[in-house]
Design a protein around this ligand. Structure first.
Ligand code: NDP
Length: 288
């Protein structure tokens, strides 16, 4: 069977990689971008540049959006208007779960289907099956288009709720940013003490690589509500983060990050959780 034709709207680094992956895979591709010049290279490779958002949406049933955020998404949807009826809009723009639900409601009102996507890959990972994208929304639409979506990345369908793909994406980003900033902060302390980032690298990597073991140990206990301090205690954690904080201060490095950790551990101790495991911070953060 002929490859499904696809419209790609939004030609930032991600959208350009996506349209390019479809061209490479032999799909007919229609594109549109607010700044038309970003389509030039794709047009030279065989893509058709639509004269506007409505024309781009009218061209194909399957419409991929790769826009900065949902403000941009809503601007494009408003411009496309009635052309959206009968379309499946695969929205690979990042924003909050609630905004994804709002987009799904608006599209349903126009007779269109919204599939939410959270792409967990930089532009260089587009076109590679080992990259992964979270999807959520109506399962029939996902199943019908799965093969075409998998031209971009592997597909991990999380469920019906249009917010779910963004939720999974955002909890991954929560973890990613705190981990990366933790690494950068430790590197600042290392450098302030004459240890280069490269000298620190094997040790930083070894700590990062130990994390899956901790996660695998703690996750079932968190699910079971088992926060006993049999292997680690919050009181010990507080002492440890205070040692970190004092080391950071002595290096003349900004100590607001360890102060934040000390504050969380300190509040847990004050709330009577000193003898519990660090996992009881989950309850502290949830105000539960
Ligand atoms: P960019 O912000 O570089 O580009 C997105 C596109 O949005 C551009 O084509 C831009 O048009 C368009 N746009 C912005 N505002 C409007 C508007 N009001 N009306 C119409 N079009 C608009 O993003 P990326 O390509 O880097 O990423 C796209 C999405 O993918 C983002 O949501 C991002 O968070 C997500 N993502 C990005 C990753 C990355 O590594 N880059 C990784 C994973 C996810 P114009 O060209 O005219 O400015």
């Amino acid at each position: 069977p002929a490859k499904q034709p696809v419209t790609v709207i939004g030609l930032g680094p991600m959208g350009r990689a996506m349209a390019g992956a479809y061209l490479d895979a032999g799909h007919a591709v229609t594109v549109w971008n607010r700044t038309a010049a970003r389509a030039d290279e794709l047009v030279a490779r065989g893509a058709v540049l639509a004269p506007g958002a409505a024309a781009a949406v009218a061209a194909n049933e399957l419409v991929v959006l790769s826009l900065t955020d949902y403000d941009a998404v809503f601007a494009v949807l408003d411009a496309a208007g009635a052309a959206l009826a009968g379309r499946v809009v695969v929205n690979l723009s990042s924003d909050t779960p609630e905004r994804a639900r709002e987009a799904a409601r608006r599209l349903a009102g126009l007779g269109a289907v919204h599939l939410t996507g959270g792409v967990q890959s930089p532009p260089s990972g587009i076109g590679k099956p080992e990259s992964s994208t979270f999807y959520s929304g109506p399962v029939e639409a996902f199943r019908r288009h799965r093969e075409t979506l998998e031209v971009l990345t592997g597909a991990d369908y999380r469920g019906d709720d249009p917010g779910l793909a963004q939720l999974y994406y955002q909890i991954q980003m929560d973890l990613f940013w705190t981990s990366l900033v933790g690494y950068l902060h430790a590197t600042a302390v290392a450098e302030a003490n004459g240890i280069s980032a490269e000298e620190f690298l094997p040790y930083a990597s070894s700590t990062a690589a130990s994390m899956p073991g901790f996660l695998a140990f703690y996750a079932p206990r968190i699910t079971a509500g088992h926060h006993e301090g049999d292997v680690d205690r919050i009181a010990m954690g507080l002492a440890s983060v205070e040692h970190v904080r004092h080391t950071v201060e002595a290096a003349g490095v900004d100590a607001s990050l360890p102060a934040l950790l000390a504050d969380a551990f300190g509040r847990a101790v004050a709330a009577g959780r000193g003898d519990s495991s660090a996992t009881s911070l989950v309850g502290l953060f949830r105000n539960a």
